[in-house]
Design a protein around this ligand. Structure first.
Ligand SMILES: [Fe+2]
Ligand SMILES: [Fe+2]
Length: 172
């Protein structure tokens, strides 16, 4: 194994976090779909897929380092939300927790002089900046446009457009 036991545990915990994020966004997409927010549904189905690719990145890295990834069971996410805004606030909190976990791993990598994991994590550090900004920008729309039915419908349309626009890779 080319990484420490501590780093192995932190990376496996990250597999769980990314899997939980994927599951949570899937539940959000499904709620949007049945509630009539088609833009939100498209957006969060895509987010769910994206989180799964993050999880896979960590799984492959662990296996490449001879540390062997553990595929976890995931707790059921919330299945209903008070509003589209509340849902996006939950998503932002989610991302802030993921950012914290990634920064924590970066610190472990620095302490352990684990250059491989440090380099591997750089992509995630940049990705999290994008992720948090994304949800903050959507939340800002509620302040700008309002929270009545027409405003929320407008925001749902913005989410549909966002979902149809491919995201830039932070490494590119
Ligand atoms: Fe992620
Ligand atoms: Fe994310």
């Amino acid at each position: 194994m080319k990484i420490s036991t501590k780093m192995k545990k932190a990376l496996n915990d990250q597999v769980t976090l990314e899997a939980a994020a994927s599951n949570s966004y899937l539940a959000m997409a499904s709620w949007c779909e049945v509630t009539g927010y088609q833009g939100g549904a498209d957006y969060f189905y895509a987010q769910s897929d994206e989180e799964r690719t993050h999880m896979l990145k960590v799984v492959h890295y662990l296996n490449d380092m001879g540390a062997i990834a553990t595929i976890p069971a995931i707790k059921a996410p919330a299945s209903s939300y008070k509003s589209l805004e509340g849902l996006i606030k939950t998503a932002l909190k989610n991302e802030q927790a993921v950012t914290k976990a990634i920064h924590n791993m970066v610190e472990i990598a620095q302490k352990e002089k684990d250059h491989s994991t440090y380099a591997f994590l750089e992509w995630f550090v940049n990705e999290q900046v994008q992720e948090e900004t994304k949800f903050e920008t959507i939340l800002q729309k509620f302040d700008l446009l309002g929270r009545d039915k027409l405003a929320v419908h407008e925001i749902d349309k913005i989410l549909a457009t966002d979902a149809a626009t491919p995201e830039s890779d932070p490494a590119a």
